[in-house]
Design a protein around this ligand. Structure first.
Ligand code: SF4
Ligand code: SF4
Length: 456
């Protein structure tokens, strides 16, 4: 029999049972609904998940004992806060990343891009290529939500940033949002003027306090970055920070939650993105799966606990999951590469993501050429097939399908393939920890109302 009216043809019984510290949960991974249950209901539900039928259970348990089960499988998702994004009818690209500088003034220890060059020649994107890139993508897409400047260090090429913003505003009927990811060491009055004029959101890379950051990003960088972040904030530029969390942090007793406290205290920044380093096992900076689980679970618990106070801070992974649960929106893609996001190299080569720049097998075409090579397009699509969890055989059988996420570029760098799944076990355990903590946290009305407000 079909156990439930939730689910779809591939997931006729889309439930996962989670138990921890005396809490029993049933998670509907199609509806994104979470139920706290008593131990008896949990036990019976676990048997259903393992394949027993309702009739089986009814033959050994009373109708009253089964009430909790019926409540869950008959639950209708309200979907009240569901995002309206999917109702857009135009062809939109979420993010276009322009690598405007193939060179960098720093030499960070963990740089995956060979000092910003991606293994190519040091170069800046020129005006002709930048214009062609904007025209190329506005010929294909009705709308581009974000145009992001990237490098190397993009502020080494400020004239092209200015040109792209001005040209995109001329070409686009609807104004895109602009953003930039920078190492934060080169800020001048002229750069502040460009950021301000085009309302460019700046994400500054910084790995923590001076004794950590200087080790990873170069001696003397911290002072400059700290001063520049303060200067950007003083000039009302929208600033966020991004840290690469490494084995060096761990060996020096620094947790992700310590970085969150540091950024809040020093720059008044509540939301920070702190992904783990993409480094192979042989690398000193590498973090193994159990480290990752401890580090990010602790940051997640710290984030959810902090929501009960006015000086709350939330890491980006936890924020993403709060949004999925509160808005009842599944995280559809493993990562955006090549589906909702595309990148262009300084030479105009198109890649699914900046992390693949310089890797010829991932090159999709060039903005200076008119035609796309369809056989290459289909070859790259095949390399990226894991991005769409909903058409992937292994993901189809995994309860984490609606909440997990990862970085295909990072997987490629650490395993040499886009087929490996180096983080799936970490992700499933992390999600179980998150759901247990989330179920506890939403009992506090202050926390719940803050969650709703940060999702809006
Ligand atoms: S955890 Fe791994 S197998 Fe499971 S849905 Fe996510 S990517 Fe797929
Ligand atoms: S490969 Fe990594 S950096 Fe690139 S789009 Fe995917 S998640 Fe983002």
């Amino acid at each position: 029999m079909n156990h439930t009216k939730s689910g779809d043809s591939r997931h006729p019984f889309p439930f996962h049972a989670i138990e921890g510290k005396g809490t029993y949960l049933i998670f509907n991974f199609i509806d994104i609904s979470l139920f706290k249950v008593d131990p008896n209901t949990y036990e019976l539900f676990s048997q259903l998940i393992e394949g027993r039928t309702i009739e089986d259970l009814l033959s050994k348990n009373s109708y009253d004992e089964m009430q909790g089960i019926f409540r869950i499988i008959n639950h209708e998702s309200s979907g009240a806060l569901k995002s309206q994004f999917s109702q857009e009818c135009c062809l939109a690209l979420d993010k276009l990343v322009l690598n405007v500088s193939n060179t960098c003034n720093l030499h960070c220890k963990y740089c995956y891009a060979a000092g910003g060059t991606y293994g190519e020649d040091r170069a800046f994107m020129d005006k002709h290529t930048a214009t062609a890139a904007i025209n190329y993508f506005y010929n294909i897409f009705d709308k581009i939500n974000i145009i992001q400047f990237f490098g190397g260090e993009p502020f080494l090429n400020p004239k092209i940033i200015e040109h792209v913003c001005s040209h995109a505003l001329d070409v686009a009927g609807k104004v895109p949002k602009f953003s930039i990811v920078s190492n934060g060491t080169i800020i001048s009055p002229a750069i502040i003027q460009i950021l301000s004029e085009y309302d460019i959101r700046a994400t500054i890379s910084i790995d923590g306090p001076k004794y950590i950051n200087d080790q990873l990003r170069g001696k003397g960088t911290s002072g400059r970055i700290f001063r520049n972040i303060s200067c950007l904030k003083k000039n009302n530029i929208d600033v966020s920070v991004e840290s690469t969390f490494t084995g060096y942090h761990l060996n020096n007793g620094i947790k992700v939650s310590d970085l969150m406290k540091f950024f809040y205290k020093k720059f008044d920044i509540r939301f920070a993105h702190m992904p783990s380093v993409a480094a192979s096992q042989e690398d000193d900076l590498h973090l193994d799966q159990s480290d990752l689980l401890n580090i990010y679970s602790e940051a997640m618990e710290y984030s959810l606990d902090s929501l009960s106070s006015d000086d709350y801070k939330v890491d980006s992974y936890t924020l993403r999951l709060i949004m999925a649960l509160i808005q009842k929106n599944s995280i559809g893609l493993y990562c955006p590469a090549g589906v909702t996001s595309l990148s262009v190299s300084t030479k105009g080569d198109i890649y699914p993501c900046f992390m693949f720049i310089g890797k010829k097998e991932f090159r999709l075409g060039n903005v200076l050429e008119e035609k796309i090579d369809l056989s290459q397009l289909s070859y790259v699509s095949n390399l990226l097939k894991r991005v769409n969890k909903w058409t992937d055989c292994e993901c189809s059988n995994c309860w984490a399908i609606s909440l997990c996420f990862g970085c295909l570029g990072g997987d490629y760098l650490t395993t040499g393939s886009t087929d490996g799944r180096p983080n799936c076990n970490f992700m499933r355990q992390f999600l179980e920890n998150f759901l247990l903590k989330f179920a506890e946290s939403i009992n506090d009305p202050v926390v719940l109302s803050r969650m709703i407000s940060i999702c809006q």
